[in-house]
Design a protein around this ligand. Structure first.
Ligand code: ADP
Ligand code: MG
Length: 267
């Protein structure tokens, strides 16, 4: 595929959840074209449909209407071209770090020597060499999230989908992992769609920030971030973007708040 050619095309996507007592329009008429190699952040307040959109791209939960095409194929189910990293560490607690990373490759039937080589490379890339024999319960949150990333990288999907992967980490660990993710992204040339509700995280990481409206989730603003990396959050340019995005997100948070007042309910 050519660089900058469209890798993911989202056209007219709607998602409606029907529960016993109500219908929730989670996504309305989403259109996005994401070129190969772009680092995109989906930004918006809780409940605006970020996970719903990511899950639709992953093929875990399909849109009610509209289409998503990834790598020239319409998404109807999960596939090896799209790897997902969740916020909650989806590791197997009974497997060591290296087994967790190797698991997907064993399922694929890769030969043991190649698995060993790939796992070693990934342990190295993510600074996990000394932890390979440990179990998830004996790791810090940051280390567990490294393993989760390594596990998805092992499958070498061109597209990485990440749902608030650093949301549960302390500030310092979070910044370290952000920097590592940027390094891996520029080395491996993946396309990344990264969900966050942190404005600073979005500006720090992304080539492009897609701000979503609160229920129904639509694209409120689509902004290219043209600042050199590694970015310095103390600069004027960074802070101007922060102010601009804060206003947009705040408007949506207020809509959320009004909704709750009207309904007398919190979700
Ligand atoms: P975000 O990730 O931005 O916080 P979600 O995509 O999780 O938002 O949710 C968007 C909206 O859809 C919310 O109002 C949420 O309550 C609703 N929703 C999400 N998943 C379901 C589901 N399986 N059934 C019913 N409603 C859902
Ligand atoms: Mg979510």
């Amino acid at each position: 595929m050519n660089p900058m050619s469209t890798q993911i095309k989202i056209s007219g996507v709607n998602k409606i959840f029907t529960t016993a007592d109500k219908e929730v329009i989670a996504l309305r008429d989403i259109h996005l074209e994401i070129p190969e190699g772009q680092f995109v952040c989906l930004l918006g307040p809780s409940g605006c449909g970020k996970s719903t959109l990511l899950n639709a791209i992953a093929g875990f939960a399909l849109p009610t209407s509209g289409t998503i095409v990834a790598n020239d194929v319409q998404v109807k189910q999960p596939g090896p071209d799209r790897g997902m990293v969740f916020q909650e560490y989806a590791l197997f607690p009974w497997m060591t770090v290296e087994k967790n990373i190797a698991f997907g490759l064993e399922i694929k039937g890769m030969n043991p020597a190649d698995i060993e080589r790939r796992v070693s490379d990934l342990l190295h890339m993510l600074g996990l060499q000394d932890f390979r024999q440990r179990y998830p319960k004996d790791l810090s949150g940051g280390m567990r999230q490294r393993v989760a990333i390594a596990r998805v990288l092992a499958l070498d999907s061109p597209i990485m989908l990440m749902d608030e992967p650093f949301g549960a980490l302390d500030a310092l660990t979070r910044r370290n992992l952000q920097d590592e993710l940027l390094r891996i992204w520029s080395e491996l040339k993946k396309t990344i769609i990264f969900v966050t509700h942190s404005i600073e995280e979005a500006i720090y990481l992304a080539d492009r920030v897609v701000v979503m409206t609160y229920r129904p989730g639509t694209v409120k603003k689509d902004i290219l971030i043209d600042l050199p990396r590694l970015r310095d959050p103390s600069t004027t340019a960074f802070n101007n973007l922060k102010r601009e995005l804060s206003l947009l997100v705040m408007e949506e948070q207020q809509r959320h708040h009004h909704d709750e007042m009207k309904l007398g309910a919190v979700d």
